[in-house]
Design a protein around this ligand. Structure first.
Ligand code: FES
Length: 97
């Protein structure tokens, strides 16, 4: 499945099964928190409410229902949730329009 949908904090964006979730959310104009982008810090963690991902081996602690968006590639349509409001990047929106 190449094209899929990602429902994030109630908002639906287009996604794919090739790129890390964090990159896809950024391309959709959202700005999840991150620091290392390689599974060390845990800043990009979010709850996986539905669907499945392939997650690389990571160093940061993640609860059983959480994934690190920088190291996780969607395997299916997803529903995820960050426990904070996601800022939107106006430049990404302009690039997509
Ligand atoms: S940004 Fe550090 S673990 Fe994802």
């Amino acid at each position: 499945m190449s094209q899929l949908t990602i429902k994030v904090n109630g908002q639906t964006v287009h996604g794919n099964s090739r790129e890390p979730l964090l990159n896809q959310l950024e391309k959709a104009g959202l700005q999840p928190e991150f620091q290392c982008r390689n599974g060390m810090c845990g800043a990009c963690r979010c709850k996986l409410k539905a669907g499945a991902v392939n997650q690389d081996d990571v160093m940061a602690f993640v609860a059983p229902n959480e994934v690190l968006s920088c190291c996780s590639v969607p395997k299916s349509n997803l529903e995820i949730e960050f426990d904070y409001l996601l800022a939107e990047n106006p430049q990404a929106e302009a690039a997509n329009s």
